[in-house]
Design a protein around this ligand. Sequence first.
Ligand SMILES: [Zn+2]
Ligand SMILES: [Zn+2]
Length: 332
Amino acid sequence: MDLSIKMFSDIPSVVRHHWNAGNINWPMGIYITLVHVVGLVGVAKLVECSKETLMWAFLLWPISGFGITVGVHRLWSHRSYSASFPVRFFLMLCNSIANQGSIYHWARDHRVHHKYSETDADPHNAMRGFFFAHMGWLYLKKHPEVIRAGKELDFSDLHEDPVVMFQKKLDPWFALYMCFVFPAQIAVRFWGESFWPAFFVAGGLRYMIVLHFTWFVNSAAHLYGDHPYDVVSYPSENTYVSFFAVGEGWHNWHHKYPFDYAASEFGISSQFNPSKLFIDILATVGLVWGRKRGTAAWDMGRARRERDREAGVPLPKPTPRPWEAISAIKQE
Ligand SMILES: [Zn+2]
Ligand SMILES: [Zn+2]
């Protein structure tokens, strides 16, 4: 198991190694640390907030979550459906409240993540352990392979979308405003909340929590769960991550069929997926269209697997997880 005492006791030597190698990304590292300080101040401010502000902070979880899942992930990174201008603009606003870097940069890193999963070119390579895949990668300079891979892929579709380029031009100031200040302004304007408690709770604390929910997709959903669609890949079906990441933890399916707008095999009645529900509602009223599914491809894959099984061909062996690989080396 990767989340071990050893993982934590190794932290000083890992930090020393990266310090000596000059690998630390100081601006991002300081920013992410500050985010956690602001989030913890938010915990202390919870008692000063009205119930309307607490409800607003709670609602901002799916609102900013959809900016990631429905917006930058399923629409802009994977083009799994097409969306009208009003929907793209709305999703860009939601994405700015989530404040995880511009749509352009997020989609670029994400396409690289899919093409080079679990290699040096993967920005949050889960082979380097839970903490690195979760948030450690933000504390370090990018591996040269990640930079090389980012230059090699095509992002012309992102350049052609004025909504994406508008947000990129205002980055990071617009996202910082939408993440921290805008939620507080709404609370002050509509139910007379004091500015700072709303800033720290609906802004800072909610932001810190949703960041971790997203990061769990890269850490937990790349390390723990089932692999019904592709046994050799790391990404897994993780129910808990799906709950926190508003439907984004069905990750074995997603890495097998990244063009699928549902990012899962089944409908919302059997797999928690409010992001799919939201896209379906938008499609019903004609605001999005061209929703792609991976189910036909999986029907063929499953039939092939069935034929192999009948012919006595064994399923490929799952790749060892990092902790298994380490213990295998020790045993040799
Ligand atoms: Zn992934
Ligand atoms: Zn993806």
